[in-house]
Design a protein around this ligand. Structure first.
Ligand code: FAD
Length: 287
């Protein structure tokens, strides 16, 4: 099916894009890579009379280091760019590896990080890892910029903390200490993940684990019992001993998740996957 007719705008600055959005309100939407938006427009699931193509806005491009040694990822970075970007590979190799596995090459070269976060489809990889990394998003709107932690950004299926007139500008991550490793493991039998688990393991004193499950529920969820159990483990244990100390806590976390049978699998199967993927993500951090 063809989309309904719309006027295409191609602003070259953030200010122009925000002004267009303010002018046309609910009748307008932002368009980045279009991998989600165009499908929804063609299926007439969404309908807008104004589409604001943001791809020419320089402020939204590239990965850079800004004040405080913060890694700042422009909203227009595609998954393919993030998989290959030298700064990402050096600073967040676990995230670069995740980007390499997203969808298929056609989606990776066009789909952006800003797009996947703003669309709010729960069966995605990036939100889980960004929550585990304690990242935050920078949103620009008519009243200026504001920052929202990733953990508060994802509110549920297709629902985020972004206000209607706001644009996601960047995704920022604080510098990781030298003893910190991160890894993400997922599984699914459709094009999108059924379950994903992200682990960020820090061997600093005190030892700390950030462990999140995503895609399985409407928004990523912290596996809090496992995090708590990790803080009580002796330092420098081999991976098998770490897993022995965390297995029951991960299983208890998985059992408490609000999971349903759907086309991605049965609830019990997906809960089981949480444990399998948590072990693999932890092994990747520790090995
Ligand atoms: C076949 C297929 C398989 C996929 N598999 C996976 C997978 O395995 N793992 C995974 O993580 N993801 C997967 N995805 C999702 C993919 O990551 C997203 O489609 C892509 O990143 C969206 O980015 P985009 O630039 O194309 O967004 P668009 O389609 O351009 O936009 C999506 C939505 O976000 C809004 N938006 C976009 N950018 C901004 C911005 N900067 N500020 C405010 N609003 C904005 C748009 O208005 C729109 O509502 C898959 C998608 C497809 C189509």
């Amino acid at each position: 099916m063809r989309p309904a007719r719309f006027t295409l705008h191609r602003p070259t600055s953030l200010a122009q894009a925000l002004a267009l959005k303010a002018e046309h309100g609910d009748d307008a939407t932002f368009h980045a890579g279009g991998t989600e938006l165009l499908v929804a427009l063609k299926a007439h699931v969404l309908r807008y009379t104004h589409v604001i193509d943001i791809k020419q806005i320089q402020e939204l491009r590239g990965v850079r280091i800004r004040e405080g040694d913060t890694l700042s990822i422009g909203a227009l970075c595609t998954h393919h760019m993030l998989a290959n970007d030298p700064l990402m590979r050096e600073r967040l190799p676990g995230y670069a590896e995740l980007s390499e596995q997203v969808a298929n090459i056609r989606v990776r070269v066009a789909g952006t990080l800003g797009g996947v976060l703003c669309f709010g489809e729960p069966h995605a990889d990036a939100p889980t890892m960004l929550c585990a990394l304690d990242a935050w998003v920078v949103l620009a709107g008519p009243d200026g910029e504001r920052e929202v932690p990733s953990r508060d950004f994802h509110l549920g299926e297709f629902a985020t903390a972004r206000q209607e007139g706001e644009m996601l500008v960047s995704i920022d991550v604080a510098p990781q200490s030298p003893g910190t490793r991160s890894a993400y493991r997922c599984f699914g039998h459709t094009e999108r993940p059924a379950v994903g688990v992200a682990a960020v393991w820090s061997t600093d004193n005190p030892q700390r684990l950030s462990l999140w499950a995503g895609a399985i529920t409407a928004a990523p969820v912290r596996l809090a019992r496992a995090e708590e159990a990790a803080s009580r483990l002796a330092p420098d244990l081999p991976p098998a001993a770490v897993w022995a100390g965390l297995r029951d806590a991960v299983a208890a976390d998985a059992a408490s998740l609000d999971v349903h049978d759907d086309l991605h699998g049965g609830a019990d199967y997906k809960r089981h996957l949480v444990s399998v993927l948590a072990q693999r993500a932890l092994d990747a951090c520790l090995s």
